[in-house]
Design a protein around this ligand. Structure first.
Ligand SMILES: Cc1cc2nc3c(=O)[nH]c(=O)nc-3n(C[C@H](O)[C@H](O)[C@H](O)COP(=O)(O)OP(=O)(O)OC[C@H]3O[C@@H](n4cnc5c(N)ncnc54)[C@H](O)[C@@H]3O)c2cc1C
Length: 340
């Protein structure tokens, strides 16, 4: 027996797995409950911006990210026309969730964590030692996320971001010469199987040239995934209920920062959870500290992303963006630092 108090984690996405791994590296007994299994494809643009080497080091993520692609430039397209190429202040990482989540799960398992897959926790009562990392909160929402991997598709730059009528779509390279195609769409009355649904959404959103380009590509049909009810309202973590990653707050996906936030929330929670596990703090004090630190760490980027989001989705505002971008009047660097 280690003499350390155990931690139970609900949800084995990036926040839950990275926290579990980091706690195991400190010898804490951890049980993690995951409703699904690994590996599996998930709706995600699969590029990570704003993840610092310090967070990677603290959580022990270097081995799982070692072969991630490094993206340095983003080509923006508005109304199907090139608007601007943005240099990223720090490289974004490109790796599929199929690989990333499975690698983290294997690392957690190898570190002695108890991983219970295909186990959905139905009692969501907060209690001492229990951490919620169970992803975005579901609610009524007009948004739909769709993703698929294209094979052997050439890109203008490492990343492409296309803005259409109430939609934005990212194209990002991941491993094995795959290109992640992922978009956030306002829901419409459209129905089709797999990739065809995404292509019809692109046509309906005024992006027929992108749809035609993708129609000429090969897809991995098994990688298709869809998610409805994407909600961006932050929840209010309390002292008793420790919530990390999307369960705490979901940032709009155009930022490419949701995955980094999942890791950073695990990093933020690590110290107070270790203090609890070692008997140096009670659960309420640990929970209150985590909630306060999360609020401080994410407040500015969440508010900034919420302000900018409509500019990426609504036609008149996109046109203003396009004019400013082409005139080189958009402060991409300032936006980047506000959003990360
Ligand atoms: C369209 C779209 C595109 C995106 N693109 C990007 C991008 O390019 N870059 C980026 O950084 N972020 C992106 N994101 C956001 C990113 O995917 C999330 O921020 C990230 O996955 C959050 O990780 P998490 O661990 O909090 O949640 P998740 O990864 O969602 O993990 C939560 C886990 O909890 C499990 N679970 C849920 N309920 C229970 C339960 N009751 N019992 C047991 N297990 C449960 C689920 O099965 C799941 O595995 C995108 C999001 C969307 C919607």
């Amino acid at each position: 027996m280690s003499g350390l108090k155990a931690i139970e984690i609900v949800g084995g996405g990036l926040a839950g797995l990275s926290l579990g791994l980091a706690l195991r590296r400190e010898g804490v007994p951890v049980t993690l409950f995951e409703a699904g299994s690994y590996p599996r494809h998930r709706v995600c643009g699969e590029f990570i911006t704003g993840l610092s080497p310090a967070t990677v080091e603290r959580l022990g993520l270097a081995p799982v990210l070692a072969d991630a692609r490094h993206h340095r430039e983003v080509a923006w397209f508005i109304d199907g026309q090139p608007a601007r190429v943005q240099q990223l202040p720090a490289p974004a990482l490109g790796l599929s969730r199929f690989a990333l989540d499975a690698r983290l799960a294997a690392a957690f398992d190898a570190a002695g964590g108890e991983l219970r897959t295909d186990t959905r926790v139905t009692d969501d009562t907060p209690r001492a030692g229990r951490v919620f990392a169970n992803g975005r909160r579901r609610g009524r929402s007009p948004w739909l996320g769709l993703k698929i991997h294209a094979l052997d598709l050439s890109l203008e730059r490492d990343l492409e971001l296309h803005l259409g009528d109430e939609v934005y779509v990212g194209l990002a390279r991941v491993e094995d010469n795959r290109v992640n195609v992922c978009g956030l769409f306002r829901r419409r009355q459209l129905a089709a199987p797999g990739a065809e649904l995404l292509l019809r959404y692109l046509d309906a959103a005024g992006l027929p040239a992108l749809a035609a380009r993708l129609r000429a590509a090969r897809f991995d049909p098994a990688s298709f995934s869809a998610v409805a009810a994407v909600c961006f309202d932050p929840s209010v973590p309390t002292a008793a209920r420790v919530q990390l990653g999307d369960a705490c707050a979901m940032i709009p996906p155009f930022t490419g920062n949701g995955m980094a936030m999942a890791f950073q929330s695990a990093e933020t929670a690590l110290g107070p959870l270790l203090a609890y596990s070692r008997g140096r703090s009670d659960w309420r004090a640990a929970g209150a500290l985590i909630a306060a630190r999360l609020r401080r760490r994410f407040r500015v980027r969440l508010a900034s992303a919420r302000l900018l989001h409509p500019y990426l989705l609504q036609r008149p505002r996109q046109r203003l963006l396009a004019v400013l971008a082409r005139a080189r009047l958009l402060p991409f660097r300032s936006f980047y630092s506000l959003l990360h």
